[in-house]
Design a protein around this ligand. Structure first.
Ligand code: ADP
Ligand code: ZN
Length: 289
């Protein structure tokens, strides 16, 4: 048996699976205080003989294997969660190997092994939800340097007619500050899911997402780009984003991918809103002492 947690800012989703990755039980625990949420997760897993655990978590997070604070949440604005060690409660309770990575690296791994990245060597997974983040998987390994990437905070060229002040506390109008769910709500006064398809905000949101994807493509040359997260449930955005990416690239790459309309290149996750949880099971498989 293996265990997985998709540790998000609003909820922790826990799952237990057999060795063939079939989920046999799952539960959702609200993200309140760490001293409440983490013991509830331990309690859920204690009914099973899990041999390893994978955690895909919101960040920023220490994901460097040999670091003394591996698995600790770093400078998060989420109250009460800064410097919280996600690993010890489970190691102490079950004496099992635990592997931690970002939610997007986990989701990217899930899609790499069992989704739209299957058979490819590189996958870019981006989430557009409460925050914006991305993970790049190359040959089964998430890209890391001194930390995990922070691709949601890249700088964007704001359109001249757009006077929105942005929503990122660090950079105002970075990608996250312009296109996250809360940024859309701040700009429009209502949640994105309650806006009509022809609302003018979608023209801006698709432009900024397309700028970001263009930059990611130029830097990382991924073989597939998967967009998940709450905002990606607006399916009508995909064809517009694909078209704008082609416009921004302007024929620069002559790879066959760019001879298409990109409908197989910029895609919704095969596992939909489950991508992160499934990916965390793949993390569990890789967990070592
Ligand atoms: P989280 O980021 O907490 O993991 P989600 O990826 O579901 O969760 O993102 C939540 C954000 O996405 C919220 O800001 C919400 O307004 C927005 N959102 C959720 N569903 C939709 C939708 N169908 N269309 C547009 N925005 C949505
Ligand atoms: Zn930012």
């Amino acid at each position: 048996m293996i265990g997985a947690i998709e540790a998000g800012g609003t909820k922790f989703v826990c799952a237990v699976a057999d060795d063939s990755m079939n989920i046999v039980d799952r539960c959702t625990i609200p993200t309140t205080k760490p001293e409440e949420t983490l013991p509830k997760c331990v309690e859920f897993f204690s009914a099973y003989a899990i041999e390893r655990l994978g955690i895909g978590a919101f960040g920023p997070l220490d994901v460097i294997d040999n670091s003394n604070t591996y698995g600790t949440i770093l400078n998060t604005p989420k109250k009460g969660w800064k410097n919280i060690d996600l690993i010890s409660p489970f190691k102490d309770a079950f004496q099992i190997p635990v592997k931690v990575d970002t939610d997007v690296n986990a989701a990217g791994l899930g899609e790499y092994y069992d989704g739209h990245g299957k058979g490819k060597s590189s996958v870019l997974y981006i989430t557009i939800g409460t925050g914006v983040g991305a993970g790049y998987i190359l040959d089964g390994k998430p890209l890391k340097g001194f930390s995990h990437p922070e691709m949601g905070h890249i700088l964007i060229r704001q359109r001249k007619e757009d006077t929105f002040e942005g929503n990122c506390p660090f950079h105002n109008t970075c990608l996250e500050g312009l296109v996250s769910g809360p940024a859309i709500k701040k700009r429009c006064g209502v949640e994105g899911k309650d806006l009509g398809k022809d609302h003018e905000v979608w023209g801006l949101v698709t432009d900024y997402i397309a700028q970001a994807l263009t930059n990611y493509i130029l830097i990382l040359v991924p073989e597939v780009i998967i967009i998940g997260g709450g905002v990606s449930q607006q399916e009508h955005l995909f064809p517009i984003i694909r078209k704008k990416v082609k416009t921004y690239l302007n024929g620069y790459f002559d790879h066959p991918i760019f001879q298409t309309d990109l409908e197989d290149y910029i895609v919704y996750p095969k596992h939909g809103q489950n991508a992160g949880l499934l990916g965390s099971l793949f993390l569990a498989k890789e967990a070592k002492n």
